[in-house]
Design a protein around this ligand. Structure first.
Ligand code: TMP
Length: 212
């Protein structure tokens, strides 16, 4: 296959947007296209980064400082990137991550109101110029996603946030898509499952064709 030997793809969206189903479709698509895809998630992806995830997601009485949250997110990312993502990419794998730095711009930036400059500085420190080649942003009205997410399990610290927070997160994600349209593709996740799957495959096929 005449495509680069490795790539980095991410899936993003607010709570209940259907990321897990989307990831299954991408895995299926990769199999059909004989792409050696490995999957991971953020925060998390290595034993240490998963411990940081537990700290970040645990609902607690203590107010979590926004900067502390941001630093924890990037601490987990440094471990994940250097300990798992880059070694896999160097080995010729394609890596699919359930969330990456667009989530930081959306949740800590737009949601919590932390400054973009701080996020850019940490992104540069941790990633250099490393970016996903393709980001599939599952976009849907916040109330629809929250309803789905809350039916699933006990809410984590983020899921306990109010709708207003997630409206800001959604707007933050959409802004990322506007700023970097060559990389971030919006998928209308409010549609029926088969229509969401069609949009995903179309975006993936178009992107793969652009690599050839
Ligand atoms: P999820 O795996 O269910 O998507 O949960 C991860 C949570 O972590 C989600 O609520 C979003 C949040 N998060 C951030 O706030 N910033 C980040 O950079 C990342 C990767 C996730």
């Amino acid at each position: 296959m005449n495509v680069p030997v490795s790539q980095f793809i991410t899936v993003e969206g607010t709570e209940g947007a259907g990321k897990s189903t989307c990831i299954e479709h991408i895995q299926q698509w990769a199999l059909q296209n004989e792409i050696p895809l490995v999957c991971t998630r953020e925060p998390g992806g290595t034993p240490l980064a998963e411990q940081i995830r537990d700290i970040l997601l645990e609902a607690r009485d203590e107010q979590v400082d926004g900067l502390a949250e941001l630093l924890l997110v990037f601490a987990a990312r440094a471990q994940h990137l250097n300990g798992w993502i880059l070694p896999n990419i160097k080995a010729g794998k394609w890596v699919l991550s359930d969330r990456f730095t667009d989530a930081t711009y959306a949740y800590q930036g737009a949601g919590r109101g932390l400054s973009t400059d701080q996020i850019v500085a940490l992104e540069t420190l941790v990633q250099g110029g490393f970016q996903p080649a393709l980001t599939l942003l599952l976009d849907l009205p916040v109330e629809v996603g929250l309803e789905r997410a809350r039916q699933r399990s006990e809410p984590d610290r983020f899921e306990l946030e109010q709708q207003e927070f997630f409206e800001k997160v959604r707007a933050g994600y959409r802004e990322r898509a506007k700023q970097q349209p060559w990389r971030v593709k919006i998928i209308d996740a409010s549609k029926a499952p088969e229509q969401v799957a069609e949009q995903l495959v179309e975006a993936l096929d178009q992107w793969l064709a652009s690599l050839r």
